[in-house]
Design a protein around this ligand. Structure first.
Ligand code: ZN
Length: 202
């Protein structure tokens, strides 16, 4: 049952084929978990899981900085905080490959130019769609904006719940983790930091 041979009835849209060894790995996992990968309901599961994982991890195929390459220099004298908050995102923890589901607040204090506001969310998703730890995700988003937008300050706060903690291990639903990264003005100046955190709702 090679997915590389011939037409795939299960795949009328012609999605990319899932190599056999990848499907086999998922069958092995199903078996290890205690089920029979050959039973009807699970027959196509390896292909679906593999494609889902390609999607969860599509950040590996992109450089998030690309979203910051088009900037607007006409800011009309605006020199206050630009903040995008409650940005929902999904990632997966690199220790358990379990979902990390949360929201982010991303702010910067522009110097000479601004970006389209949706670009901040795109940068977040570019890094989130990889195997991650929340601390690194937070730092990577902040660093990317710092490097490519060269603002006076960057503040990123991420609040997320980790399925590896809520659904297994200590099984504590409702717990969320908050991480933050402050750079430039937001790091150096306490008043600016307090201001941005309060705009973010913290
Ligand atoms: Zn984990």
């Amino acid at each position: 049952m090679s997915s590389l041979d011939g037409p795939d009835e299960d795949n009328p849209l012609g999605k990319p084929a899932v190599p056999d060894h990848v499907q086999q790995a998922i069958r092995t996992l199903i078996e290890w978990a205690g089920d029979d990968p050959a039973r009807e309901g699970l027959i196509d599961t390896p292909k679906r899981v593999a494609r889902a994982w390609k999607e969860y991890c599509q950040g590996y195929g992109e450089d998030p900085a690309i979203h910051l390459s088009r900037v607007f220099e006409e800011v009309g004298g605006y020199d206050e905080v630009v903040l995008l908050k409650d940005i929902p995102f999904q990632s997966h923890c690199e220790h358990h490959m379990a979902p990390i589901i949360g929201k982010a607040a991303i702010a910067y204090l522009p110097k000479d130019h601004v970006v389209g506001i949706s670009k901040l969310a795109r940068v977040l998703h570019g890094f989130a769609r990889r195997l991650q730890i929340q601390e690194r995700l937070t730092a990577e988003v902040a660093q990317c904006i710092w490097d490519h937008l060269q603002p006076q300050g960057v503040a990123v706060v991420i609040e997320a719940s980790h399925a590896c903690m809520t659904a297994r291990g200590v099984r504590t639903p409702g717990v969320s983790m908050i991480t933050s990264r402050m750079m430039g003005t937001f790091l150096d100046d306490e008043r600016s930091r307090k201001e941005v955190l309060s705009l973010m709702g913290y």
